[in-house]
Ligand binder design. Structure first.
Ligand SMILES: C[S@@+](CC[C@H](N)C(=O)[O-])C[C@H]1O[C@@H](n2cnc3c(N)ncnc32)[C@H](O)[C@@H]1O
Length: 243
């Protein structure tokens, strides 16, 4: 046990270390080939039963790698209800393919929103998720919100969205109805911060400003919900047979 905690601490000292808090984050990280240091749990049988139900293909690997920790030791590493956690490292930055839209979150503030946006971006096959501003998109709370799907596509914090190529489509309640538009595969889809929306600079740079339909009286949608609707629109209208 002491060895597993020491191994965890060694991995945690790496600058690219990330904590996978909960079974779902561990599951997706393993599925999408994350480099994982150590996987810990409170109850081996319970963790393997969860794997059997949710990720049977990972049972053998987890059976070989799971380390059981006593409650006090585990509590220092995770308080997730599944009592499973792992330490991993962020993948190296790879080139972003421009065959599907890149989602850009302009100064997001809430970790849960960023995690949910990454989750839907991974699910619908976006090319990447970029964030500007101070929120670390690899924070454990964001990873928990994405259920570990950070490992399914590039996720990067950028100093600015200025240099990112592609038709820039900004999402704002004051724009043109999305239902009259199509989203090109190489688009950069920009969503604004929960508090202040898309910055004036990005709005000025936008090739189009698009609105998600809302009935009168509704001010705006949640950030992650907006990402989901935009990507779903893209997925529904892209060339048949391309995904
Ligand atoms: C919670 S909203 C921000 C609301 C903010 N008070 C504002 O002034 O825009 C977060 C982001 O979700 C997207 N969004 C929300 N509702 C939208 C809508 N009806 N049409 C297009 N984008 C929307 C926008 O990108 C927005 O910046």
């Amino acid at each position: 046990m002491r060895d597993a905690v020491a191994v965890w601490r060694d991995w945690a000292s790496r600058p690219d270390a990330v904590v996978l808090d909960g079974f779902h984050a561990v599951k997706h990280a393993l599925r999408f080939d994350a480099e994982v240091g150590v996987v810990v749990c409170a109850d081996r049988e319970a963790a393997l039963a969860l794997a059997g139900a949710l990720a049977p293909e990972l049972v053998a690997r987890l059976a070989a790698e799971l380390v059981v920790l006593p409650p006090d030791a585990l509590r220092e590493l995770t308080t997730h209800p599944t009592a499973v956690a792992a330490i991993a490292v962020r993948p190296e930055a790879a080139e972003i393919p421009r065959t599907a839209p890149v989602v850009a979150l302009d100064r997001p503030r809430q970790a849960g929103n960023v995690g949910a946006a990454i989750r839907v971006a991974a699910g619908l096959g976006a090319a990447a998720v970029l964030t500007s501003g101070t929120l670390d998109p690899w924070h454990p709370t964001v990873l928990r919100g994405s259920a570990g799907l950070h490992f399914a596509l590039p996720v990067r914090q950028v100093a600015s969205l200025d240099g990112v190529a592609g038709p820039l489509l900004a999402f704002d309640a004051g724009g043109t109805d999305l239902r009259t538009a199509t989203i090109p595969d190489d688009a950069l889809l920009v969503f604004g911060s929960e508090r202040s929306g898309v910055s004036d600079e990005l709005r000025a740079r936008a090739d189009r400003v698009l609105r998600l339909p809302m009935r009168p009286g509704v001010s705006s949608y949640n950030l992650a919900t907006s990402v989901a609707m935009a990507l779903y629109h893209w997925a529904c209208h892209r060339a048949a047979g391309s995904g």
